[in-house]
Design a protein around this ligand. Sequence first.
Ligand SMILES: [Zn+2]
Length: 440
Amino acid sequence: MSTSERNIFNPEMETIDSDGLRALHEERLLRQVKYVYDNSALYHEKFEQTDVHPDKIKTLDDIVKLPFTEKHELREAQQSSPPVGRHRACSEEDLSRVYSSSGTTGVPTYIGLTQHDIHNVHAEAIARVCWMGGVRPQSKVVNIPTAPFIADTFREGIERTGATNIPVGFNVDRCIAAYQYQGADALHATVSFWSYFLGELEKKGIDPKSLGLRTIIGGAEGGAKLVRKRIEESFGATAIEGMGMGEMSCVIWGECVEDRGNGMHYIAQGNVHVELIDPVTLESKTIREGAEGELVYSALHSQAMPLLRYRSRDNVRILTTDKCVCGRTGFRIEVLGRTDDMLTILGVNVYPLAIRDVVSTMKPAVSGAIEIQLEKPGPVVEPPLKLKVEVGKNPGDKDALKKKLEAAIREKLIFRANVELVDELPQYQYKTQLIKKLYE
Ligand SMILES: [Zn+2]
């Protein structure tokens, strides 16, 4: 089989069976634990404080003896030992790239990478997800950074597949030109950009199908399933999304084309080990169908700043651990939401994405865009929850629509909402914000 005919970029890793994966991760974890103990001032201290010596970590199951790592520790480690922090485990000279992590306010947290980390961890995972979405050596990929500071790493991941990378920044005209004049046939961009791009084409009177776009890869915002049908039909393409975390690997999860819409595969085998925990009690949970919890990541193969048991704050549900029709063995998840975005209404945990899903069932009367109005800091919210919902092109009787939405939320999510229908919510080119804080 030639390279471009195979449907899996790294079959050895992506189709590995559970025994093989366990053996590989055990060997790499033991080595990584010893490495950080010897080389990272932060981990050496954390191990000493919790009385964990690498000698006590003998099997993969012993990972639960290791302390968790939290985001605030990384910020503190950086402040106390600039520029990148006390968790650096390589020499400063060996740092090849430094990027800042997303989603923080104030001073960003910086993530250092060695050449090995860039090529064998981050770019490798990006290549796996791009291939999974349909990118092949003959593809020409318009690459719109999902975050500006990781653009270089995505370039390398795309090039690693053998495809041609066409960077266009955030410029829509250049994006269109790449399809019209360079024969581009693929797109890497945030899911928000997919819809934004389609809207811009409509405004310019360009038929999306005329671009010849066949393969669309998105950064996960949990939104692909809401827009996929319209995007795929409009462009005549297939669209999948991936998800990762700058601190660990730009990509850890991705949807396959063959069974898209049924969750994201775990695709960081060999590089990132995944655990599931209860975000409140912090107890480990077994990865099996139906289990829900927060993802906890451990680096297995990193040099610059390997993190162990890093709390992602991403809460997910395991959809299946069965081998997929695409041949991959990585278990599949759906994202429920961020621990930080979780709201507690009448004692029940509610994620903004779940509210958006219920609202979206009323399409096309609504567009699917929502904005939760928070008057006080969460997570506890007194009902009724104030919710702005953007109407679609033909909303019909607005009073009736408001009542239908409120009834659907009450029935499916068991709380009262006060829905305000609006003609337009802010459109986000980069990443959609579902919560509006009114108290800041
Ligand atoms: Zn699959």
